[in-house]
Design a protein around this ligand. Structure first.
Ligand SMILES: N[C@@H](Cc1ccc(O)cc1)C(=O)O
Length: 437
């Protein structure tokens, strides 16, 4: 991340006078899908600061776009004065939250511990550490590891009825599948319930947020607290984000969109948001940016009046990339696209941005430095044959790094940008990238 941190960006845009109540804002932004008693929750959120939490499991070295919704929701509630606990699941990550489809493979404790560290660092970037309601990071391994099997079964297990455990969505789906479900994953909801109780007892935590797929796990905690402590606490489930064409949100050509810049480059991240459809873009602006209601409504009008300008998409991509990677990286992603597609000066781009930008072009190849322009045109699929390549160059229709080439036999190493990057263009629009080996 650059010097301009996610929080700087968030904080700049925090004051939206339209919303007297954070509950009203969460509703308007389309973040409330399911919750425990609404009146009680609204009252709690509009009243004195409460402590609330959301958990993230270390199932990969980085969080992804789907988790981002939870991080931003945590931040919105923090901006209203409440105190967040961000839990990274050192113990739950060792067990695995059952997915409706198939059993997870267990990761080694070393791997999980490494991912816990990485996720803690990621999560902290989205929440302010300052003041009375500064974020506290917690790890459920701290209270789960010391628990003996006997204590777990006697003291906690007694409060869970297998019948209701079987009804939870993911468990029910797996029971009906051929693969079934292991006892390990079946027990997961108890652990998450235990977390909520622990955070209630230790910190007075009275709200847990999560995706709506977490509803069973959220209510596992509220029920346990009701049974053991006689207290009534809250849970809030945000909607599952889907694209209006029915495809899953958060993937680009089958790859997950990660928050880690080494796993998904800021350029690719920016492009992902830029590709949002007109039908989805306003909802995404509400859910994933801190822009004010007035600004989002103006963009909604822009989508209706001048969809071809894609102002809403460009704003969305800039804002979300800035929140995750910083303003500079977000601007660099814009500059790279402009230089590539607008025939601009490629030499002004930094090598890393340029490399990640060409990696996203449809035809990209790695070639030895002594390869010539004709060969590169063939290898990247811009032409079908060496003959066609030569003709295209002779007709003046080929450029390398946005400078027209005259000689199809020119060596790529003589034309490359620093880092061995070569951008080939055929005609006006067709681009491909080559990295020299
Ligand atoms: N089960 C949550 C992560 C989580 C773990 C422990 C908790 O206490 C809360 C949430 C998920 O898979 O997204």
């Amino acid at each position: 991340m650059s010097s301009d941190t996610a929080l700087d960006v968030l904080t700049r845009q925090q004051n939206d006078p339209t919303f007297a109540s954070v509950w009203d804002e969460l509703r308007w932004r389309g973040l409330v899908h399911v919750s425990t008693d609404e009146t009680a929750l609204k009252e709690a959120l509009d009243g004195e600061p409460i402590t609330y939490y959301c958990g993230f499991d270390p199932t990969a070295p980085s969080l992804h776009c789907g988790n981002l919704l939870q991080l931003l929701t945590l931040r919105r509630i923090q901006l209203a004065g409440h105190k967040p606990l961000a839990l990274v699941g050192g113990s739950t990550g060792l067990i695995g939250d059952p997915r409706p489809t198939a059993e997870r493979t267990l990761n080694t404790p070393e791997t999980v511990a490494d991912w816990v560290d990485r996720l803690r660092a990621q999560v902290s970037r989205f929440l302010s550490p300052d003041g009375e309601n500064g974020v506290r990071l917690v790890n459920n391994l701290d209270w789960t590891a010391p628990l003996s099997a006997i204590d777990f079964l006697r003291d906690i297990g007694k409060y869970f009825r297998v019948n209701s455990m079987l009804k939870k969505d993911a468990v029910a789906a797996r029971l009906n599948s051929a693969a079934g479900i292991s006892y390990t994953e079946f027990s997961y909801q108890i652990l998450q319930g235990l977390d909520y109780r622990e955070l209630f007892l230790q910190y007075g935590c009275t709200l847990q947020t999560g995706g709506s797929d977490q509803w069973g796990n959220l209510t596992s905690g509220t029920e346990l607290i009701r049974r053991t402590e006689g207290a009534s606490v809250h849970a809030l489930g945000t909607p599952l984000i889907v694209n209006s064409d029915g495809t899953k949100f958060g993937k680009s050509e089958g790859n997950a969109i990660w928050l880690d810049a080494d796993m998904t480059s800021p350029y690719a991240f920016y492009q992902f948001w830029l590709n949002t459809s007109d039908a989805d873009v306003v909802e995404r602006l509400r859910q994933f940016t801190f822009l004010t209601r007035a600004e989002i409504e103006r963009l909604e009008q822009a989508v209706a009046d001048e969809p071809f300008r894609r102002e809403a998409q460009r704003t969305l991509a800039f804002e979300v990339t800035a929140v995750v990677h910083g303003v500079e990286a977000s601007q660099a992603a814009i500059d790279a696209a402009a230089a590539l597609f607008g025939n601009g000066d490629l030499t002004s781009l930094d090598e890393r941005t340029l490399r990640s930008a060409i990696a996203e072009l449809p035809g990209s190849a790695t070639l030895p430095g002594d390869a010539d322009v004709a060969k590169a045109l063939v290898e990247t699929g811009l032409v079908k044959s060496l003959g066609e390549a030569r003709r295209a160059v002779d007709q003046g229709g080929v450029s390398v790094n946005n400078v027209r080439v005259e000689d199809a036999a020119a060596r790529l190493s003589d034309l490359a940008l620093p880092g061995g990057v070569v951008v080939l263009r055929r005609g006006k629009k067709t681009l491909a990238g080559v990295t020299l080996a």
